[in-house]
Design a protein. Sequence first.
Length: 169
Amino acid sequence: MTNYIKPYKFNIVLNSQQVSAASSGNPNDCTYEFNWSNIPQGKYKMGFSYKGQNNSDFVSNDSPQVFLNLGATPSVYQANGSNGSVISNYIGALHAETHAGAQVVFYANLQDNPDVYYEHLPTSGPIRVQVFRSNFTTLFTTITTNQDLANYVMVLSFEQVGKIDGYNL
């Protein structure tokens, strides 16, 4: 394997219109196949950006909440009423942007949500993205006509952190 002197960075582009056959067919719950063997193992921080298509019937103050399952353990813990704290796949929330003609698109810029850290990346397996309501259990739908979330493009941005071959990053 190559000795990296500078931080190793990479992006994974996820398009809700190009999902795995194992996917639900609903943009709120998408599965993507990915070959992790091309990525060097190590500790990584990850952020994401998201741009959705028009959700024209959106009438709600409920913000879509994004969950990501890579098959690796994230540095995210969720407090709750019974277990205290559990590891969570939660990675952040989406903003609503209103345009003329009652058009609403959901988005998140890379700096909008805190980074998530992974001690290591998976060596195989799919990527699953789920978008829920603020209760974290109900898949996001619009209030007026109960429509699913519109299609989207999401970019996962990874940067290796810690030490690589004895070099501090």
